[in-house]
Design a protein around this ligand. Structure first.
Ligand code: SF4
Length: 70
């Protein structure tokens, strides 16, 4: 499955970086994106365990910027 991040919805709160620094970086405006070594676009492949680990981040993202594509 894929985790998708719509950076246009990000309000730069920093939550995803604090909870999953292995996946995310922030740009100079604080907008989240996936680490460059993981992907060249706005999605990464994740397994079901990672999807479970990400559940609270996805739910609590104030911009509702995340979506899981199964
Ligand atoms: S949790 Fe959501 S709003 Fe906050 S930095 Fe990450 S993508 Fe942006």
């Amino acid at each position: 499955m894929k985790l998708l991040l719509d950076s246009k919805r990000c309000i730069a709160c920093g939550l995803c970086l604090r909870e999953h620094p292995e996946l995310f970086d922030l740009d100079d405006r604080g907008i989240a994106h996936f680490k460059k070594n993981l992907t060249s676009d706005s999605s990464v492949e994740i397994d079901s365990k990672k999807a479970k680990d990400l559940r609270s981040t996805i739910t609590n993202c104030p911009g509702k910027a995340f979506r899981i594509d199964r």
